[in-house]
Design a binder for this molecule. Structure first.
Ligand code: ZN
Length: 298
């Protein structure tokens, strides 16, 4: 396992972590400058932040500073209640993919979607199996475009508490089954697959099959991203109360060990959504804390 205690060479900042500073929106160019000033080599920006700043501006900054993108957040949300909605989702995913290419991201992260309308509090139906079928069809359709563009797709299984409204893919095993169904790997397959997974400790730490899932993912070279934060007890909000590494109950070094044993050698991407705590602090303090905890708790 790599030694992270001496530097932050393998730290990436998911830019949602500092999307607010002292409670105020922080534009992506300022986030980038603050990361660069601290010797942080990689980021994973969100589409809304990129759009607000302008894709050309962001891609110029990324190139100017030689930044790497551990991922682009995000594509997905494949489900819909009618054919028009499904087509709109696919069109939007193609645009996300093109943006990821323009930014030269390592992968496009997919939060796959769930019951259509549920995110707005008005689920169109209760058929989660139908949603899962739409997700499979949507990824399969996007994969052709992804292959042509050489941009890997990373399915991110989300914690089951999001099964209704954000992602009906909820375990690593389920995500890998989906990968195998859409893009089968024969034994001894050459070259990296175009479809893989993002392993986020926040979503997966509780899973009794996590270690075997990571081993399976590694065998097929499907680990495309590794996201870290911590699980606070108590958790005060289902979406926006993620903890800083070391402040919760996730044994992050153990999981990183499994991921690295499975062949992953990329960035540890810090992804913290925190309305009540970290988004209230100055972003300089948040980034400095990420660096310190990357060394001591990841
Ligand atoms: Zn994540």
């Amino acid at each position: 396992m790599r030694d992270f205690s001496q530097d932050h060479h393998w730290l990436s900042i998911n830019t949602a972590t500092v999307r607010k500073s002292r409670g105020q929106d922080l534009p992506l160019p300022q986030i980038i400058e603050a990361c660069v000033a601290r010797g942080i080599r990689a980021i994973a920006p969100w589409r809304d932040q990129v759009h607000a700043a302008g894709l050309d501006v962001v891609s110029g900054l990324v190139r100017q500073h030689g930044l790497q993108l551990s991922g682009y957040c995000r594509g997905g949300m494949f489900t819909a209640s009618d054919a028009q909605g499904l087509q709109a989702a696919l069109d939007d995913n193609r645009r996300a993919l093109d943006e990821a290419c323009e930014l030269d991201a390592d992968c496009l992260v997919l939060v796959v979607g769930a019951l259509p309308g549920a995110l707005e509090g008005r689920a169109a139906h209760k058929d989660i199996a139908r949603a899962r079928a739409q997700v499979q069809d949507g990824i399969a359709a996007l994969l052709e475009h992804a292959r042509a563009q050489h941009m890997p797709l990373a399915i991110e299984p989300l914690h089951p508490m999001y099964a209704a409204d954000r992602a009906c893919v909820n375990t690593l095993e389920q995500a890998l089954d989906l990968c195998d169904a859409i893009e089968p790997r024969s034994a001894g397959a050459m070259g990296a697959p175009a479809l893989g997974v993002a392993v986020d400790v926040y979503h997966t730490w509780w899973d009794p099959k996590l270690q075997q899932g990571i081993e399976r993912a590694g065998r097929d070279q499907r680990i495309l991203a590794f996201h870290v934060c911590d699980w606070r007890t108590p958790t005060r909000d289902l979406l926006n109360d993620r903890g800083m590494m070391g402040d919760g109950v996730i044994d992050i070094p153990r999981i990183r060990g499994w991921v690295e044993d499975a062949g992953f050698a990329g960035f540890s991407e810090v992804e913290i959504f925190s309305t009540q705590d970290w988004w209230q602090r100055p972003h300089e303090e948040v980034l400095d804390t990420c660096i310190a905890r990357h060394r001591s708790a990841v």
